[in-house]
Design a protein around this ligand. Structure first.
Ligand SMILES: [Zn+2]
Length: 842
């Protein structure tokens, strides 16, 4: 019987195998028919994306792993002309990859071609090939791009292979796979079958967690210069190994917009060369030829400008490339097909066709102009005679250390000054003056390969040719990093020295305690690590001196007494101090020479706070993401995400700190009952951090001291304005990311570690009166920004306004952050305010 069953089972397996074989055979047979018939005349039997994926491209969204499979397939099947390089992984572990495509001969010499390209930046070598880099889908829900990339590479390998004789094309099929798969998976879950073109249907309404940004809800197209995200960090290593002649960033915009391609709109940054401008025109005209032939609509020279340096078009431009943004109409709203405003149906296939056309047209123009591209690229890298030759920086070692890391990622050289005095423009005063230099003074010169990028990132105030811009208008790194800086019109000599990093501690088991300073984000990370490891830490609310050394407010005090029940106290402290390179000073006594003794009420325990942050509408996704990223990737401290959907049912008493990120629509969210709940929680000891738009919802509410400033009108008469000028008139009210000088009260715990001045990046024109008490950072009467654009009316409104402040309520506090110190994660000098709001304020 058993034998029979065995026999029967093996028959079954055999027939199953035959069935599989037959199905495979059928598949193979069908594929052969698909291929042999049309490709009989072509030598290559390369499968198109549609053939490989098993559906017509544009009728489905392709998930990232399938995209990777297709590129893998190409690199195996056309291995003489395609090479793949995996250059990293995303937060969600998806691979990031580049495909290098060129003729077989070029591919054999790929490394030599790359070396020649880099030699051009040194003014040597004999580079002849055009290098074109096509980046797709930096915004995840602008989902056509990756689809178009597959058809583009296929055409380059088949119908357009002539372009590759003198051109190397580098394709990044998806800069942001986490965001794109978030969109694609969402769409696949919610789409109608067949897809519904009616824009009312759910498939056209992505939720709050949209696919535009990356895992941490960062916009990767604002991150090229700041490199806060893993995708950008890993990509830039590759980018600097090639420095292409042309870089295209493929995007999508609203459904009803016609296609946008080069030339870009004003303002152009003044460093952009005439050739870079004119070549954009050359490219645009070639694209127009194809669009005209097909009757497709497009626009140029409007909306998408070249100024803010952290974009996929400007950053390459400041590195010598022709950097461009191409925008298709579509985005997360478009799905596989959608009815547009004028009643046409826009399909994914249309969107693919347009991006494919501009991609191929770009490579065509590059191939036809390889000699000129090489000549002009070499010229770009010749020394430029910029007004400021050297930027000279003094400041805290921790801040220098983070800046050094950024400079090295960008391939920017720096040196160290000699003892002396230099003259030039002083950032702190906005006037000419002098700065004392030492061997700890950093010098960055514009007389270097990346000199243009140095100018763009460091100059006190970038020249704005037009105030109608798409983004922030100021970012000067000395202000962002909180360093004392001077711009010199002559070269400042550098000597042989380097930054003295703090050395690690040697533990003294008999010490009464250890003291360390508090003035940087590194110190905040060190504190967070100690708290997480169960070490109890105090901080000094007042300055003190001990053993002849003086300590500022906020200094951390770690005592044996506080940690006597922790057997691993010393090993943990030593290990943590070593890994952060934090210098701890041991003391044998808690009896200070001046100030308050360690047992005083002014030496407070740092609470191991439990923190919650609001996600979902009304918070902005990007502003929420900055907080999320700050906790997990910068501070390394746990955070609980409380969604707006259910936060009203959460027992808030479990949290010490609740953060309301900037956003719109808070007035709906914070209704009477929510306001009551928050008030009670604060009165019982909670700390509410209200940022940006969240402040608006409690503005003027009973029990809160925050009050928005009334707009001041300069005249009572209303002038008649031309309709045509309306947009420009509105700009008078606007502040588009400008830097303002603020006064700081350094005695307040929210400002521990700061001096009496702070430069804030102001992103809008919200103005609030000073608080009755607890005004910590504020604008006085001087309302002209030190850098960037602020409209005349908006400036008037900024006089005597609050930037950061703290208000006590019962046993708790409300921390107001009118400006956002975590904006895009790059305003390094603002982050300690946020850390103070968590650990120092009480
Ligand atoms: Zn985009």
């Amino acid at each position: 019987m058993v034998e029979r069953i065995k026999q029967w089972v093996s028959y079954l397996i055999l027939s199953f195998e035959i069935l599989i074989f037959m199905t495979d055979f059928m598949k193979l047979f069908l594929r052969c028919i698909i291929f042999i018939l049309p490709l009989g005349i072509l030598a290559q039997q390369l499968q198109s994306p549609s053939e490989f994926l098993g559906y017509e491209l544009g009728t489905q969204f392709t998930r990232h792993h399938e995209v990777v499979d297709y590129y893998q397939y190409l690199s195996e099947t056309a291995s003489d002309r395609v090479q793949l390089q995996v250059y990293g992984k995303t937060n969600e572990r998806r691979p990031l990859l580049l495909a290098f495509v060129s003729s077989a001969t070029n591919m054999q010499n790929l490394e030599a071609i790359r070396e020649e390209q880099l030699k051009s930046t040194e003014g040597t070598g004999n580079a002849t090939k055009a290098i074109v880099w096509l980046s797709y889908n930096v915004h995840g829900n602008e989902s056509v791009s990756t689809e178009a990339s597959m058809q583009t590479i296929y055409e380059l390998l088949t119908s357009k292979k002539a372009y590759l004789e003198n051109t190397v094309v580098i394709i990044d099929p998806c800069i942001n796979p986490d965001g794109r798969d978030r969109y694609v998976n969402w769409y696949n879950q919610y789409k109608n079958t067949p897809n519904q073109v009616n824009p009312d249907s759910k498939e056209h309404h992505e939720g709050w967690w949209s696919g535009r940004s990356n895992h941490y809800m960062f916009d990767l197209n604002r991150d090229w210069a700041w490199l806060t995200q893993v995708e950008s960090q890993q990509r830039l290593i590759m980018y600097n190994q090639w420095l292409p002649h042309i870089h295209v960033d493929f995007h999508e915009q609203g459904v009803d917009n016609p296609y946008f391609f080069a030339p870009s709109a004003e303002p152009f940054h003044e460093v952009i060369t005439n050739f870079q401008r004119s070549f954009q025109e050359t490219l645009g005209r070639n694209h127009a030829k194809y669009f005209d032939a097909n009757g497709w609509f497009y626009f140029t020279k409007e909306r998408f400008d070249l100024f803010y340096p952290s974009y996929g078009d400007t950053y390459p431009t400041y590195n010598g490339a022709i950097g461009m943004t191409y925008e298709q109409g579509g985005s997360g709203r478009a799905g596989l097909g959608v009815i547009t405003g004028i009643g046409d149906t826009l399909t994914l296939r249309d969107r693919i066709a347009h991006h494919q056309t501009t991609g191929l047209s770009t490579v065509e123009v590059a191939a036809n102009n390889a000699a000129q591209l090489n000549e002009e690229f070499r010229k770009f890298y010749q020394p430029k005679n910029y007004k400021y030759k050297s930027y000279v920086l003094n400041g805290d070692g921790d801040k220098m250390e983070v800046l050094i890391q950024l400079l090295e990622q960008h391939g920017i050289n720096y040196g160290w000054a000699k003892e002396g005095v230099v003259k030039g423009f002083l950032y702190k005063t906005g006037k000419s003056g002098s700065l004392r230099t030492s061997k700890q003074t950093m010098v960055i010169s514009t007389n270097q390969k990346k000199g243009t990028l140095v100018k763009v990132l460091f100059e006190p105030n970038a020249k704005l040719s037009d105030s109608l811009t798409y983004d922030i208008t100021a970012w000067s790194l000395p202000h962002a990093y909180g360093l004392d800086a001077l711009a010199s019109e002559s070269m400042v000599a550098t000597g042989l020295s380097s930054l003295d990093f703090d050395s690690a501690m040697t533990p003294d088991p008999n010490a009464y305690g250890y003291i360390t300073d508090w003035n940087s984000m590194k110190d905040a990370r060190f504190l967070a690590a100690l708290l997480e490891k169960g070490i109890r830490v105090r901080h000094a609310q007042k300055p003190f001196t001990l053993d002849g050394k003086s300590y500022q407010r906020g200094s951390l005090i770690i005592t044996r007494g506080d940690n006597q029940n922790n057997k691993k106290f010393l090993p943990i402290l030593e290990e943590t101090a070593t890994s952060f390179r934090k210098q701890l000073t041991a003391t044998q006594t808690g009896f200070v020479d001046q100030g308050k003794d360690f047992g005083s009420g002014s030496v407070r325990m740092v609470p191991h706070v439990k923190v919650g942050v609001l996600s979902g509408d009304p918070a902005s996704t990007l502003r929420f993401g900055e907080i999320w990223h700050f906790f997990e990737k910068q501070l390394h401290y746990p955070l609980t995400v409380l969604d707006a959907d259910y936060i009203k049912r959460v027992d808030l008493s479990k949290y010490n700190v609740l953060i309301l990120p900037d956003g719109r629509g808070y007035s709906r969210f914070i209704d009477e009952s929510m306001l009551g709940q928050l008030k009670e929680w604060v009165a019982n000891g909670g700390r509410l951090i209200a940022m940006g738009g969240a402040i608006g919802a409690i503005d003027g509410k009973e029990g809160f001291g925050i009050k928005s400033k009334e707009k001041k009108k300069d005249s009572t008469e209303t002038d008649v304005e031309l309709y045509e000028n309306a947009q420009r008139e509105r700009m008078k009210q606007a502040i588009t990311g400008a830097i303002f000088k603020t006064k700081v009260d350094p005695t307040h715990p929210l400002a521990f570690g700061y001096g009496d001045t702070y430069f804030t990046l102001k992103l809008g024109n919200d103005g609030y009166e000073y608080l009755n008490s607890g005004t910590v950072a504020y604008i006085e009467n001087e309302t002209k920004p030190v850098a960037g654009f602020a409209g005349s009316e908006a400036q008037k409104k900024m006089g005597k306004t609050l930037v950061f402040g703290v208000e006590g309520h019962g046993r708790g506090q409300v921390v107001y952050m009118v400006d956002n110190p975590l904006f895009r994660g790059f305003w390094e000098n603002g982050k300690l305010f946020f850390a103070n709001a968590l650990f120092m304020v009480d």
